[in-house]
Design a protein around this ligand. Structure first.
Ligand code: B3K
Ligand code: ZN
Length: 874
């Protein structure tokens, strides 16, 4: 398939000034008349070409005259029209088939024909499935949308923009019109029609605009939208206070659907959410899910400025809106909750999802240079690494400087389709500094490595820290120029206190922490007046998305784990120490790190001073995916076993008595409250129960069964269920049966029932997945359900999926073929589970290669799946 390249970008030859859409909505067939006022770029003489995929064209006219068949051609997803000029009005009528649309892109049906509703999804290129249009983000038009439908079947009619009239029609039909005063790209168009209930709240923006906030959902779940409404209000206030950004329409609609390809969508004035990220109540949502709802509500709301008011010139600039908006959401969540815990969670995600992506055949720069299918580039790299790049810039400019830069960026690019150069340019100019060197970060794939080594000279009381950066190797490419890498650092004395920093050549001051921006391949920093050999705490708060290599001794890491005041780096020291401990066990030749890790955690376990949630995180070693990243002949089952051993050692060191005591103390406080201490207690309780299970499976399963039975909310219930299922406990069957019945009508809760089983470790998982596919509630047509069963298995269960007999791989390719014919986006995402197969141990590698090659040879794969498989194989 053809590759689209950034270097081929040309401004559009034709733009659309206004567009009037007139829909006649029906489940099986909908008709749409689109009237486009066209503007021509006088400098280009290209004919009028509009995108349109699988559209049934009913009629076409130009400037009021029906066009003869000789005056236009529709082939290969392009409609070419003769005779148009600047100011022409093109009118097309098309017929759409929403109920037959299983790809969930364009106009489609959510739920059943009887009670479901119609909705649209246009990003990235879905609008061309709705009508003929220059479907690219640098064409921004003013929309007016009229919806007509049967009143009884479609009582609620919504589109983006402000309401502009509604009324009755003959034959039990009605209409509603919406006009959006803000020009927008086609990917932000949306409509919703059907039977929905709403929650409403009045809001007044800081600049005095009254806004009606309306959250819509099907009747049975509308009561679970209150938390989202609160989160929305918090997000709006925060963006006013932090960035001075106000909402800009009279209404803000948010709609929940069970049938959605991703998390949510920021359509102008009409956000559409996967119900998973909008509904929350204590009986069906975990604490983590509450946090996700808050984060995604904020993310989509923040897009109103970072994405909608200022959009992307082309899809290569996707991170301009996504990386920036993830960063804004992360800052918001840090302000609303615990900043260090949020940072830990985000970096853990980066390492689990983005680092492996960046280290394998699917690696791409934050600004890719080419793609075949843009939907394949909504990746952890564009989102999460993109956010890390913005974080570096924000750190570089400081709070006020970053705000100044963002004000400049919004002001200068409002209503425009911008590029990453526009972003760096505005931030830099507002601060009289050149940020263009950071562009290099956007253009190269791979995670850079940072090597640190320290040398202490007691006679001169000098400590020299040498930092060297290594770009990830790319065969046949010239060496890359060095990147700017901000390194936030501190020095610790051996008693755990922080030393004042006297950095040679830098302005003095009694600083205990500073940021040094590395700009060369290798740089040495000399600290003077250092009384004794220090322990450096580097990259504090994860100040740059790199892999740090520093040859700490286990005792030094234990010191940071015990004393670092940067919550993130404290956790980080523990992670590194745990990784060393893991290697001790793997290589079987030493136990220094293992003892240091267990001892340090045992001390913290008894200390009163530490927050329960942070303690829970400290007691958790890096996950199996992260541990695998460090190996070259990966055997996921072996890694699973070693990691279990590692945790068993820790549990033994903490001791059964202490663990039981702690569990009982935490269990005594069980509530469903969402305040931070209550959430923290639940998190630690879960962790303690898991550790207990490794020491005393029988005893822990009794506790888990009781916890399952008596749980006041989902966090405790699911934690208990997971311990039973993962421990292959006898009591698991009863609890699973109970859960299945209890939540028979609760789609989101049932998803977790599928996931928890798909993640049972080891060989038995595959048979369980096959059995669960036969459950009446399983359907390949619902993305959440597919994700909860197959996604959880292939991407969240390495020891279950990577069977040595290759059965996991064969299952995946069979399912991919079915899924691809229904929903290419879902299939392509699932296929990324093959990433990294080249580093499996030989047996599994060969089994994986055979399976992937078979799939690659299959005819008729979608462009989405073909691109992923093609890249994975290379
Ligand atoms: N912008 C959407 C993602 C669209 C994905 C298209 N395949 C959600 C978000 O990032 O906010
Ligand atoms: Zn986004």
């Amino acid at each position: 398939p053809a590759l689209i390249r950034l270097s081929d970008y040309r401004a559009p030859a034709w733009r659309v000034e206004t567009v009037a859409l007139d829909f006649d909505l029906g489940i099986d067939a909908s008709e749409l008349c689109a009237r486009l006022l066209l503007r021509r770029d006088p400098a280009q003489d290209a004919p009028l070409r509009l995108d349109g995929e699988d559209l049934q064209l009913l009629s076409i006219s130009l400037d009021g005259l029906q066009l003869p068949a000789t005056a236009y051609r529709y082939a290969d997803n392009v409609l070419e029209v003769d005779g148009a000029h600047d100011g022409s009005v093109l009118e097309t009528r098309v017929r759409l088939r929403p109920a037959a649309n299983t790809a969930l892109e364009g106009l489609y049906l959510s739920g059943s024909r009887e009670s479901g509703f119609l909705l649209t999804q246009c990003e990235a290129e879905g609008f061309r499935h709705i009508t003929f249009f220059p479907d690219r983000p640098d064409v921004q038009a003013r929309y007016s949308v009229t919806l007509r439908a049967d009143r009884e079947r479609f009582p609620v009619l919504l589109a983006g923009g402000n309401p502009d009239g509604a009324g009755e029609l003959e034959g039990g039909r009605h209409w509603a019109r919406f006009v959006d005063p803000h020009p927008k790209p086609s990917y932000l168009f949306a409509l919703v029609a059907g039977r929905l209930e709403k929650l409403e709240r009045d809001y007044v923006t800081a600049d005095g605009r009254p806004v009606q906030l309306k959250i819509w959902a099907e009747a049975d779940v509308i009561d679970r939208c209150h938390y989202a409404m609160d989160a929305l209000e918090r997000s709006m206030r925060w963006d006013e206070q932090t960035y001075g950004r106000n909402y800009d329409l009279d209404v803000f609609h948010v709609v929940a659907t069970n049938d959605f390809n991703m998390g949510a969508m920021e359509n102008k004035g009409l956000n559409i959410f996967n119900a998973k990220y909008l509904l929350a109540d204590p009986d069906s949502s975990t604490d983590e899910e509450y946090r996700h709802v808050e984060a995604v509500v904020a993310h989509e709301y923040f897009h109103n400025w970072s994405g909608n008011r200022v959009t992307c010139r082309d899809w290569f600039q996707l991170s301009l809106k996504e990386g920036l908006t993830v960063f804004r959401e992360q800052s918001f969540s840090a302000d609303m909750n615990s900043a260090p815990l949020k940072r830990i969670e985000d970096v853990a995600l980066l390492r689990r999802a983005q680092f492996p992506e960046d280290a394998g055949p699917l690696a791409h720069p934050v600004r890719p240079a080419q793609y075949s299918e843009i939907n394949n580039f909504y990746t952890a790299t564009v989102y999460e690494k993109g956010s890390e790049l913005v974080r570096m810039l924000a750190g570089r400019l400081g709070r006020d400087g970053f705000r100044r830069g963002m004000d400049r960026y919004f002001e200068r690019n409002d209503g425009r389709a911008a590029t990453l150069e526009d972003f760096l340019g505005a931030l830099g100019e507002a601060n009289d500094t050149d940020l263009m060197p950071y562009l290099a970060w956007y253009g190269q794939a791979g995670t850079p490595r940072l090597k640190a080594r320290g040398h202490y000279d007691p006679a001169r009381r000098e400590y020299t820290l040498t930092l060297a950066q290594h770009a990830p190797g790319v065969a046949g490419k010239e060496p890359r120029p060095p990147l700017p890498i901000p390194v936030k650092l501190a020095l610790f004395a051996r008693d755990g206190t922080m030393l004042p920093l006297h950095l040679q050549g830098a302005a003095s001051g009694n600083l205990h922490e500073r940021v040094v921006v590395l700009t060369r391949t290798e740089q040495s920093l000399v600290f003077t007046d250092v009384a004794s050999e220090p322990v450096p705490s580097l990259l504090r708060g994860f100040s740059a998305p790199v892999i740090l290599e520093c040859d700490y001794t286990p005792a030094e890491l234990a010191l940071l784990l015990g004393h670092d005041v940067d919550g993130f780096n404290r956790w980080e020291a523990g992670q590194q120490l745990a990784t060393r401990a893991y290697e001790d066990l793997r290589d079987g030749d030493a136990t220094h790190a293992l003892h240091a890790w267990c001892d340090a955690l045992a001390r913290l376990f008894d200390s009163e001073a530490i927050d329960d949630a942070l303690l829970a995180d400290l007691l958790t070693p890096p996950g199996e995916i992260e541990l695998a990243e460090r190996e070259t002949a990966i055997d996921p089952q072996h890694i699973h076993g070693l990691r279990q051993d590692l945790q068993r050692h820790l549990a033994e060191r903490l001791g059964a008595d202490a663990l039981y005591r702690r569990y009982q103390a935490l269990a005594g406080h069980t509530t469903i409250e969402l305040d931070a201490p209550s959430q923290a207690r639940r998190r630690l309780k879960r962790r303690v129960l898991e550790l207990l299970h490794l020491l005393d499976a029988e005893g822990a399963c009794l506790l888990a069964a009781a916890q399952y039975r008596d749980a006041p909310g989902m966090t405790d219930r699911l934690a208990a269920l997971a311990v039973l299922v993962r421990g292959h406990a006898d009591a698991a069957a009863g609890a699973l049966l109970d859960y299945r019945q209890r939540y028979a009508d609760n789609t989101l809760a049932l998803d977790k029932w599928f996931s928890v089983q798909a993640q049972m470790p080891g060989e038995p998982a595959l048979e369980r997945v096959l059995a669960l596919e036969k459950d009446a509630a399983f359907t390949p047509k619902n993305p959440n359900r597919v994700q909860s069963l197959l996604g959880a298995f292939v991407r969240g269960n390495p020891s279950g999926f990577h069977r040595v007999d290759g059965a996991g791989y064969r299952l995946l390719i069979e399912r991919l073929i079915t899924l691809d014919s229904l929903n290419p986006q879902v299939a392509a995402r699932l296929a990324t589970a093959f990433n990294g197969w080249q580093r499996l141990e030989p047996k599994r590698r060969e089994a994986a290669r055979l399976a992937i090659a078979e799939l690659a040879g299959h005819v008729g794969l979608s462009r989405n799946l073909a691109e992923i498989i093609g890249n994975v194989l290379n």
